[in-house]
Design a protein around this ligand. Sequence first.
Ligand code: HEC
Ligand code: HEC
Length: 225
Amino acid sequence: MRSQSLGILGVILALASQSLRAQATSANDAAMALEPNAAVLERGKAIFRLNECNYCHGIDLTRAPRGARADLKHSPLVGADENGNLIGLAVLNGLPLSQTSMPRFGDVITPEQLVDLAAYIHFQRQAERYKELTALPDRPGDREEGKAYFNGTGQCTTCHSPAEIAGAVKKLAAPALKENTLHPAAPAAPTPRFDQGYKAHRKIVERITDDEFLNLLAYLNSWQP
Ligand code: HEC
Ligand code: HEC
């Protein structure tokens, strides 16, 4: 009897230490704490965990044991989402027809929670894509394709003229160019232009593909002296 209850205690302790490990902080948690909307991100993370999204998608979106479409770090749907408008369709209705089905959460997740949940997913995706993009092996991109991206899909010209970017590029070393193109360095005092630009750059990090990024770098680097 005694040994049996000790056995149960052992299981409880093992479960407790497992859940402690699941709560362990990551580099992304530290970054979350620095974000102005850290409270939103904390709430979003709690909702993500409470509904066990992490079980099928990974808490940092880095695991996708349920197949390619469950890979929220690379899913085009998540990339195109604004404040939960598309993520919400999948989450509220579920994806019951898929082979490895995703449950519906329409009865448990409120519209307010959905906005926080989406903010958390976008934040994680940006952090993880930033790591992937800056760690891409240097292979030459296509300069013309990069130019087409700059003027087209990337919508870079809404904020930058080629001449202005050329001036900035000439002052940046190659690693800094990669990093600043994804996350521009903040000015000493925040400005409305920077805030708006920073948000746009975060979307770029989420949406740009590996090939598009390498092509863009080839185009930007063509201005290097
Ligand atoms: C039981 C496993 C499971 C759970 C729990 C789960 N999902 Fe999913 N989810 C999936 C699978 C599998 C897919 C891909 C379905 C397919 O292949 O069509 C998916 C797809 C998605 C998609 C659509 C991606 C795309 O590109 O179409 C989103 C967004 C998503 N899940 C978010 C969430 C969120 C947020 C939660 C928690 C509220 C959650 N999921 C919980 C298994 C799950
Ligand atoms: C909504 C506006 C906006 C859009 C769209 C935008 N940027 Fe920026 N970008 C900024 C702002 C603001 C900065 C910070 C420096 C400044 O004020 O110019 C910046 C900084 C940069 C820098 C770093 C310059 C430096 O001196 O360190 C590069 C490189 C850059 N952007 C490239 C791009 C490219 C490439 C695109 C398109 C894929 C793009 N930007 C889209 C607003 C934007």
